[in-house]
Design a protein around this ligand. Structure first.
Ligand code: 3EB
Length: 349
């Protein structure tokens, strides 16, 4: 069995990206309001999977790269539309699928262009993991256009959940319990369904939040198929561990709290993240991880809420924390903010 790789996460402003060394990059995601122009990066000999996500970076005119680095040799590969790279027991992959109108067959499953795209993306991701021998999904990031828009009689986030659930079942994957940490956010209209993911030869620990109903047990009022994700996963143990906290919001039980109050939603979300740290600590010997030492991506629905959200984060984390603020629509209309986090490795901004 290969050695565990030590993952490091960095948020790098695009303007500074040219001066980076890329030899130890397993994969990356570029966040930018504009359609991506990554020719400069490719021109510099970059050969890792790079997800392009069309969400504006708040408080910064240029885009930002989320960069995942490892030690040791990296092998690139591809499988159908999936680009991936492997290092030791880790795999990073990325896939983007455009939505097209279905050729017919109304009433069959999957039914909508988004369901078809998500079904394809999840099947290709699964096939890639099986072929590469890194079958354990640890963390998946999902970005889809117009996430709160209803088409074909169902909100698009709910369509996505249907396809994620059904494709996972079809690939022999769990839809409850042993499911990866995940986020699902809106992106610019017209952008393709974009996924990037981390997988391993080793299963992670799966962490739920005692303050929240598991999302995979949500009642059908949130959609016909429940969202198949864990609240957090931990790969490895103790000082070697990496903690992946899923998209987390102001939800207690299964209900949204503090609708219309972005500051209060931010505080409630941080209480949920603290609860996950307390659950993960004894399970994975990650007690050394504290709120202040995590790296965060903060999704703000309405840019005018940024000062309130940032104020809450700075008072909870101090001014030195690694935080990337993005504008994105969130999976429930009454949520103003969603926060995801990574702990361990050496997270730095
Ligand atoms: C996803 O993969 C994650 O329904 O409790 C983010 C924050 C998400 C909260 C929730 C779901 C929730 O679907 C999206």
């Amino acid at each position: 069995m290969s050695a565990r790789q030590f993952l490091r996460l960095e948020y790098v402003p695009s303007a500074e990206a040219r001066s980076e060394g890329w030899h130890d990059v397993l994969g990356a995601a570029a966040f930018d309001a504009a359609a991506p122009n990554t020719r400069t990066l490719r021109g510099d000999g970059v050969d890792f999977p790079l997800a392009h996500v069309r969400t504006p970076v708040l408080g910064d005119e240029g885009g930002t790269l989320e960069v995942w680095r490892v030690g040791g040799p990296i092998q690139p590969g591809s499988n159908g539309p999936v680009r991936y790279s492997r290092a030791g027991d880790l795999l990073f992959g990325s896939v983007a699928v455009h939505e097209a109108e279905p050729a017919g067959a109304a009433g069959s499953s999957p039914r909508t262009p988004l369901e078809i795209a998500a079904n394809l993306a999840y099947r290709e991701m699964s096939a890639t993991l099986a072929a590469a021998g890194n079958p354990q999904l640890i963390r998946v990031w999902n970005y889809l256009a117009d996430i709160n828009v209803e088409t074909h009689g169902l909100e698009r986030y709910r369509q996505f959940n249907t396809a994620r659930h059904e494709a996972s079942l079809a690939c022999g994957r769990a839809v409850a319990g042993s499911v990866p940490a995940a986020s699902a956010l809106g992106a610019a209209t017209g952008s393709p369904l974009t996924l990037y993911f981390l997988a391993s030869h080793h299963a992670p620990a799966f962490i739920e939040n005692p303050r929240q109903m598991s999302a995979y047990r949500y009642p059908t009022q949130y959609g016909p198929r429940s969202p198949a994700f864990s609240r957090a996963t931990v790969l490895g143990e103790g000082s070697e561990a990496t903690l992946f906290i899923s998209g987390t919001a102001s939800i207690v039980g299964h209900r949204t709290l503090h609708a219309g109050d972005a500051a209060a939603q931010t505080r409630e979300t941080l209480v949920n993240i603290q609860a996950l740290l307390e659950e993960a600590g004894p399970r994975s010997r990650t007690q050394a991880l504290r709120l202040e030492t995590l790296a965060y991506k903060v999704y703000v629905r309405d840019p005018k809420d940024l000062p309130a959200v940032r104020g809450e984060l700075e008072s909870a984390l101090g001014p030195g924390a690694a935080v990337l603020y993005l504008q994105a629509d969130i999976c429930r209309r009454d949520l103003a903010v969603e926060i995801e986090a990574v702990g361990g490795g050496r997270a730095a901004k």
